[in-house]
Design a protein around this ligand. Structure first.
Ligand code: ZN
Length: 345
């Protein structure tokens, strides 16, 4: 396969702190010989494991970009053993536009793996992560949130994996992240996900959903910051003492384990209209309980359509905007497996 057109301006094997770019040539009307300059930070201190930390895989999710921008500016080589590679705005064109997908090619980076070196801009970014960055990494953390159309209880997540040993390492890393909730996540379609690419490469991988609505809150950013440091401690890249500095006290010291065992967790809209959620995030739901009503937004006097939970559990995710369309995910109800699990490193 041909080489990637992306050239890093940093040396991944040099010790110290480097702040540079992944330079992706992109010729367009506004810049004939231009490039997309994707910011990257490399912090390295001698031999040791490598953690690859990413945010902005979707451009309208902000906990990752905020927590990783702060980390990139604060972390010093003397603080680490090994190497940390930080890409806070992975799909940089989408991040700059404040949209889930890229304005250049409408590419959804998290559906574009393994990517192509001679494909679209988004496919070129995916290919660079697949063939150049992933092979450098032992531990991979990808920070997501709900974006403009979803909202979540804050959780770190892993998937069920065919390799039990790999899955149990991912579970320990998820607990070290220490979000208020920890989810065994079911994907409706895992094709093209960065998650799948990382897991198939045999890495320890944790993803997150830390809120949503196209913004970030004090609490959700605190969860992200605490989680990134917990993940780096788990990887033995950060020492525990250093990791305590500046850590907020109002973040969770225990986590609740959630599970999405099958497709009945999802409630999908079959109507367009005005959405009334009947439960808030984190509330418990009985099976067959009404969790949402959708009103015909074109007339008065008609009865709303009722949506009932297909299983009992906790409301873990919801549609964020007030209007809903056929095919949108209205709600996700997850099983509560265990509460009050201590966060450990
Ligand atoms: Zn996302």
């Amino acid at each position: 396969m041909r080489a990637s057109p992306i050239q890093p301006t940093v040396d991944f094997n040099a010790d110290g702190e480097q702040h540079g770019f992944l330079k992706l040539p992109h010729s367009h009307d506004g810049s004939a010989w231009g490039a997309e300059m994707i910011p990257v930070t490399v912090i390295r201190n001698g031999e040791g494991p490598t953690a690859l930390l990413t945010g902005g895989n979707h451009g309208d999710e902000y906990e990752g970009p905020i927590a990783l921008s702060k980390l990139a500016g604060a972390l010093k080589a003397q603080d680490v053993s090994g190497r940390v590679i930080i890409v806070p705005f992975m799909n940089f064109p989408a991040f700059r536009a404040g949209s889930r997908t890229s304005p250049i090619d409408r590419g959804n980076l998290n559906r574009s793996f393994p990517g192509k070196p001679d494909g679209t801009v988004t496919e070129k970014i995916a290919d660079y992560f697949q063939r150049y960055l992933l092979p450098l990494a032992d531990y991979v953390l990808d920070l997501h949130a709900g974006g403009r159309t979803l909202d979540f209880v804050p959780f770190a997540a892993i998937h069920l994996l065919p390799d039990a040993a790999q899955q149990s390492r991912c579970e320990v890393a998820m607990r070290a992240f220490g979000a208020p909730y920890s989810m065994r996540m079911l994907e409706l379609d895992s094709v093209g996900l960065y998650d799948t690419a990382v897991e198939e490469a045999g890495k320890v991988f944790v993803s997150t959903e830390l809120g949503g609505g196209g913004t970030a809150t004090v609490k959700s950013v605190a969860v992200a910051e605490r989680g990134v440091r917990g993940f780096l401690q788990y990887a033995r890249i950060l020492q525990r003492e250093e990791a305590r500095n500046g850590m907020s006290d109002d973040v969770s010291r225990t986590t609740t384990l959630l599970d999405m065992p099958d497709g009945t967790c999802y409630t999908t809209s079959e109507h367009d209209g005005l959405l009334e959620l009947c439960k808030d995030l984190g509330e418990m739901v009985e099976r067959d309980e009404v969790i949402a009503r959708i009103y015909d937004a074109t007339r008065t006097g008609a009865a709303p359509v009722e949506y009932r939970a297909r299983r009992g559990g906790m409301l873990a995710a919801r549609h964020f905007p007030g209007l809903v369309r056929t095919g949108d995910t209205v709600a996700v109800v997850a099983d509560v497996v265990e509460r009050g699990i201590p966060v450990t490193v």
